[in-house]
Design a protein around this ligand. Sequence first.
Ligand code: PMP
Length: 420
Amino acid sequence: SYPVDVEAIRADFPILERKVGGDVTTPGEGPDDTEPLVYLDNAATSHTPEPVVEAITDYYRGYNSNVHRGIHQLSQEASVAYEQAHDRVAEFIGAEGREEIIFTKNTTEAENLVAYAWGLNELGPGDNVVLTQMEHHASLVTWQQLCKKTGAEARFIRVDEDGYLDMDHAAELIDEDTRMISVVHVSNTLGTVNPVAELTAMAHEVGAYSFVDAAQSVPNRPVDVGEIDADFLAFSGHKMLGPTGIGVLYGKQHLLEEMEPYLYGGEMIRRVTYEDAEWEDLPWKFEAGTPVIEQGIALVAAIDYLEDVGLEAIQTHEELLAEYAHGRLTERGDVEIYGPPGDDRGGLVAFNVEGVHAHDLSSILNDYAVAIRAGDHCTQPLHDTLGIAASARASFYLYNTKAEVDKLLEAVDAAAELFG
Ligand code: PMP
């Protein structure tokens, strides 16, 4: 049964009371009036509960100030809250301490930070970086371009017909010349949950490092960096009830110590002369300039919220919704679904309805107030491999209900009828 008390949770999300749609493409084919929003685009961005909004407004109303360098009281209050936010994130993902937690803008910036600060200095001809065919562009394009710059080779672990990584192929690709593997934990297109601990162990066996893209896993399941033994791991606040403008890069302390800074400027230095500069301690060495103060503080409220509900409960809730949607869509007979079976995936379903372009489907669904994503979901090469240009994606979160999946199905019916 569904373990999350959705009704209580929805009360914390005023945006879910909005009515949208009603802009019917073909008059008479859809509802005339606006309908309650059915938000199934959570893999792109989640909504923000009241405690997170309050954390943001409390900050601006109460103690807005720059951090680290102020001696006045507001600056001290902001500094303490901002610095403790790193401790809270460390605790949340099982890191050793704040030294291992760098606040970035998003997952994408975290990938770039490691690619430039580590890769640019470490990679060269003869080296290789191993990725998967289901990488998000955040990781794929970053390492692809860094390989071009350094002369290293980018390799891609194949995805099999059921949407799983071909682990024999992984064993072939990860060799003595591999320096880094970058793998997505939960695929934002296929919903596949990848064996990131096993892949990390394979990387370590040959002396390579691992970067885990946890943008779609940290929001909805317990993730422990120690269990995975990841060298680097990244995720985005806006996909886990937090604000936009904040991402997290976790890195093992000894690696971060050895790495050169990624950005230079204020706040990341200890001493500067006209000739040279010394770097601040971790994690500040990697947070140049005025950092994401409000966002970091608000991320703590998001983590508190997620832990109050329970990450295991959220995971189960989401997986049950995905399984239900997968089953109902499969029953139709005119729907192709990408990725693993319904009972073995994260909380999302990407699909195409025969004869209906994903963008048209999304537009009809919008008329029914159902918000989904259509396109390639930043996995263009994977879509090429699947032989499709685009897909529709419904992604679930802790505030979604089975009735909302039914609404999705109703709207899919209407779209299929319209185009059939
Ligand atoms: N990786 C995955 C798996 C994602 O789903 C996303 C967001 N779609 C990203 C990386 C990039 O996240 P951001 O846009 O917040 O950098």
